[in-house]
Design a protein. Structure first.
Length: 340
């Protein structure tokens, strides 16, 4: 819902991520190497019922060899988003996107798409998602989905019920498997958005990490029509309250429209009208006299107490939007009605 500027603090956490991943570098390189060797011409490789031809086998071998070299020299782990597409063009010279979806059986094992074999070899799920990323996510304070900000990022594993943090690849791993363990391509999200997000080139989705110092971090905003506030207080009828979801700039309308189409943002947020109703009442109850008294009693005496957060009902800092679901909406509307 809001971008994070790549600054020294973020780069420090990214470096910590790389340090932890490097502890597994030998085993990951071995796994990638073993997968590459499966395409050296000495193994039985089939797609469907037919054997793979030598040209296609060589293309797979060269792609994995390129991946292994890039992983070994460390160029993938901390690659910045602005370099993703040009690197993708290089890899596309080895295998096209559609070819990464080839479902290949190796020596009679279960046919598996090539991109899935690559992400498994690179340790995405067991090493990155389940082991390395969770403590770093907590350190960054990202608990809410970066796409909808309506749900927590925690999910439950089917069967075991074990909790884990849901992660999305901003650039889809089906087309960019070489980025499956790259720090800046990993975006915490909720299960709903992760399932709904499309790998189609038709759609554009929020890029969490922003390199350009001149680019705005806020790309969306929530509003409630002024007239609906008046009608609500006249009738005390929440049916008059409607949430709108808009782009902050005309250049961002497609990004907004794609988010709405795939994630149903307005529909989700209009199910949380009770939250807005409480905010409207807080805007009346916590007048300037009460706020000044609270600030004097608590804000000055105890730095732990955040009066603005208490008044709003959630975190009040723009850089705290990812800490709790609904915070983006509450901050936007809070500014609109004068709570913050």
């Amino acid at each position: 819902m809001r971008k994070i500027r790549i600054d020294a603090d973020v780069e420090s956490i990214a470096a910590e991520f790389q340090l932890e991943l490097n502890k597994h570098k030998t085993e990951i390189l071995q796994a990638i190497g073993e997968l590459k060797d499966k395409f050296d011409g000495s193994h039985s490789l089939t797609r469907g019922t037919a054997a793979m031809n030598a040209v296609d086998v060589k293309k797979c071998y060269d792609y994995i060899d390129k991946l292994k070299k890039d992983y070994d020299n460390g160029s993938l782990t901390l690659m910045k988003p602005n370099d993703f597409d040009k690197t993708h063009q290089v890899y596309n010279g080895y295998l096209k996107d559609k070819e990464l979806k080839w479902s290949v059986s190796i020596d009679g094992d279960k046919a598996t798409p090539l991109h899935k074999r690559l992400t498994e070899a690179m340790g995405y799920q067991k090493i990155v998602r389940d082991e390395i990323y969770p403590p770093l996510m907590r350190k960054m304070g990202i608990k809410a989905c970066v796409y909808c900000n309506a749900n927590y990022t925690v999910s439950a594993e089917k069967g075991s019920g074990r909790g884990y943090f849901e992660l999305d690849h901003w650039k889809p791993e089906s087309k960019y498997p070489f980025l499956c363990t790259s720090f800046y391509n990993l975006q915490p999200c909720c299960p709903h958005c992760n399932k709904r997000k499309s790998a189609s080139n038709k759609y554009e989705f929020l890029k969490l990490y922003e390199e350009d110092q001149n680019e705005p971090l806020d790309v969306f905003e929530f509003r409630i029509p002024r007239g609906s506030i008046v009608r609500y207080f006249n009738k005390l009828d929440t049916s008059h309250i409607k949430v709108t979801f808009k782009a902050t700039d005309a250049s961002l309308v497609k990004l907004r429209d794609d988010a709405e189409e795939k994630f149903g943002i307005e529909g989700i947020y209009n199910e949380h009208i009770d939250v807005i109703e409480e905010m409207l009442w807080r805007s009346k109850f916590y007048d300037n006299v009460i706020v000044r008294s609270m600030t004097w009693l608590y804000g000055k005496r105890n730095s732990i107490v955040d009066v603005a957060r208490f008044k709003l009902g959630t975190y009040a800092g723009e850089d705290e939007i990812h800490k709790r679901p609904l915070t983006k909406m509450m901050q936007d509307i809070g500014k609109q009605i004068g709570i913050i």
